[in-house]
Design a protein around this ligand. Structure first.
Ligand code: SAM
Length: 305
């Protein structure tokens, strides 16, 4: 009776041989599955299990601790939205910090902004960087930009050490709050982000799913309201291979020049991107504004916090 068999820890399911099922206590009772053509890499770093496989219909897939981080087919939605929602909301971003983001995709998107002069990234797991460079060159291309400085370390410590008011924008491209990213969802971390941002600086964090994690999102909103005295907003986008087919973002600004996240002051679109190899596949100014329109249950829950 294969249905009773527990799935292997890396998600390679014994329930349907030849398929990867994303089974996790973070989304009980459901699991998205992808047909596996070939396993390309399996390893264990000091922080997590790392796996790459060729899927039948979503290109290559990066898995950390049994959780889908990206697929070649739909990574554009996540990387473009988590980057351009904050950077298109402020004029002339110059200094940007990425926490996590070891696949290089956010770096690739930040590099589209010609006003940016310096891009720091702090990724805890070197294995993710190395594996991304080997198997996802079109995503890890972000590391090649001369403005990028790669720090291998814990984002929590990096932000604690960052001088006050250093950055125009911080993008927290983290995995989920089970594992090394847990502290990236807690108030002390948000306080260190606020301190490292200039007045009117912005932060955008990966903020889970309104279908699955409303309670986590409400806690994050409460903390952000206490820490970020500019504005606190929740936006979302569709990513077919993320649990519930979507992912959200917290977009906050520090006290200072006001930031209207819903109406991009520094819009980019496919025509502005000659300097990078590929045009935008997902982001545009209409979808930027639409990202902040929420279903009533989420709007009510967030407004009540
Ligand atoms: N798009 C994915 C998502 O929404 O789940 C995230 C992709 S990216 C691969 C997540 C990265 O965060 C991983 O490479 C992981 O190693 C990194 N990470 C987790 N905890 C971290 C920490 N405390 N400091 C720095 N990087 C961290």
């Amino acid at each position: 009776d294969t249905l009773s068999k527990e799935p292997q820890p890396n998600g390679l399911s014994s329930v349907i041989p030849g398929w990867f099922s994303e089974i996790s206590p973070m989304w009980p009772g459901e699991a998205h599955s992808l047909k596996v053509e070939k396993i390309l890499f399996q390893g264990k770093s000091d922080y997590q299990d790392v796996m790459v496989f060729q899927s039948a219909t979503y290109g290559k897939v990066l898995i950390l601790d049994g959780v889908i981080q990206l697929t070649e087919r739909d990574e554009c939605a996540y990387q473009e939205m988590i980057t351009h929602l904050p950077l298109c909301s402020i004029p002339n971003p110059k200094k940007v910090l990425v926490i996590g983001g070891g696949d290089g995709g956010v770096l690739r998107e930040v590099a589209r902004h010609s006003s940016v002069e310096k891009i720091d990234i702090c990724e805890i797991d070197k294995m993710v960087v190395d594996v991304s460079k080997e198997f996802f060159p079109d995503i890890a291309v972000g590391f090649a930009d001369p403005r990028v400085t790669l720090n291998i370390g814990d984002g929590v410590a990096f932000l604690k050490a960052a001088p006050e008011g250093t950055y125009d924008a911080v993008i927290v491209d983290s995995s989920d709050p089970i594992g090394p990213a847990q502290e990236l969802f807690e108030k002390p971390f948000f306080e260190s982000v606020a301190r490292a941002l200039r007045p009117g600086g912005v932060v955008c964090t990966q903020a889970e799913s309104i279908w699955l994690h409303m309670h986590i999102i409400e806690d994050i909103v409460v903390n952000c309201r206490q820490v970020f005295k500019g504005s606190v907003n929740y936006a979302w986008t569709t990513v077919p291979t993320y649990p519930s087919g979507m992912i959200g973002f917290m977009l906050c600004s520090t006290e200072g020049p006001s930031v209207d996240f819903k109406h991009p002051v520094n819009p980019i679109d496919e025509n502005d991107c000659q300097q990078v190899a590929r045009p935008l596949k997902f982001y545009n100014r209409e979808i930027h504004s639409a990202a902040f329109c929420l279903p009533s249950f989420a709007k009510r829950a967030i407004a009540s916090k």
